[in-house]
Design a protein around this ligand. Structure first.
Ligand code: ADP
Ligand code: ADP
Length: 216
């Protein structure tokens, strides 16, 4: 069984790569951001609590996020394993994840893939991102436009711009990433679990680089 952790700044391409990789490798795709957005849509208590943080570009508190992901991990059914997209984002979350993973098979193979993209590129990626209402499929107005304007290629549902993809919030999220998530990259580097991939190339090239990193 395998646990693949995708790390990188907002806009690095984690969700895009996770969509493809989870399908190819039969890994369950666990996106903390997507779970929060689903809760928001359904107006659950968790969704209401998370909303203010998400809309301000801040991280949802660790205790809430860790409990949510712990819950999701207890429901894993794929024997191939799972792919974490957007979690962990703080050192505390990374330490909590380590504890949870200890409850899995002792043969669980953990690898953290750091998709590195320069900050100036992130703004245009995020402000042009289009997200599908039904399933969260990801597009971009210029870099990955849908076949039919405003409609998801996969399920035909409406594409929308996330509130937190507006320029003011994007800047805040990048700043939060630099302050709180860079330490997570160091954390995996120190445990020799980190592989760095150049995210500043085409979606296909990034995907090939990730696949070759996973083979070693
Ligand atoms: P993250 O999950 O890391 O925030 P996404 O996968 O949502 O990133 O990608 C952010 C935006 O950039 C999306 O609009 C996506 O279509 C686009 N994108 C993803 N990967 C690339 C790439 N390699 N080159 C150009 N645009 C990309
Ligand atoms: P991105 O695609 O830019 O990486 P996500 O969809 O992963 O964004 O996350 C959107 C928002 O959800 C974050 O800005 C944050 O408010 C919240 N969030 C997602 N994952 C976490 C996490 N692991 N810890 C705290 N907050 C999170």
């Amino acid at each position: 069984m395998r646990c693949v952790i995708l790390l990188g700044p907002p806009g690095a391409g984690k969700g895009t790569q996770a969509e493809m990789l989870s399908e190819e490798e039969c890994l369950e795709h666990i996106s903390s951001g997507a779970i929060f957005r689903e809760n928001l849509k359904n107006q659950t208590e968790l969704g209401k609590l998370a909303a203010t943080y998400i809309n301000n570009g801040e991280l949802v508190p660790d205790d809430v996020t860790i409990a949510m992901v712990r819950d999701r991990l207890s429901a894993i059914t794929s024997e191939s394993g799972f792919l974490l997209d957007g979690f962990p984002r703080t050192r505390t979350q990374a330490e909590a994840l380590k504890d949870v993973l200890q409850e899995f098979d002792e043969n669980l193979r953990v690898v953290a893939i750091y998709i590195k993209v320069p900050s100036q590129e992130l703004i245009s990626r995020l402000t042009g991102r289009l997200t599908c209402r039904a399933e969260g499929h990801i597009f971009h107005t210029k870099y990955n436009p849908p076949k039919i304007e405003g409609r998801c290629d996969h399920d035909g549902s409406e594409l929308y711009q996330r509130d937190d993809d507006k320029p003011e919030t994007v800047k805040k999220r990048i700043q939060v990433y630099l302050e709180q998530t860079i330490p997570v990259i160091d954390y995996y580097q120190n445990q020799a679990l980190l592989v760095e991939v150049d995210g500043n190339q085409s979606v296909e090239e990034v995907s090939a680089a990730i696949r070759s990193a996973l083979k070693v």
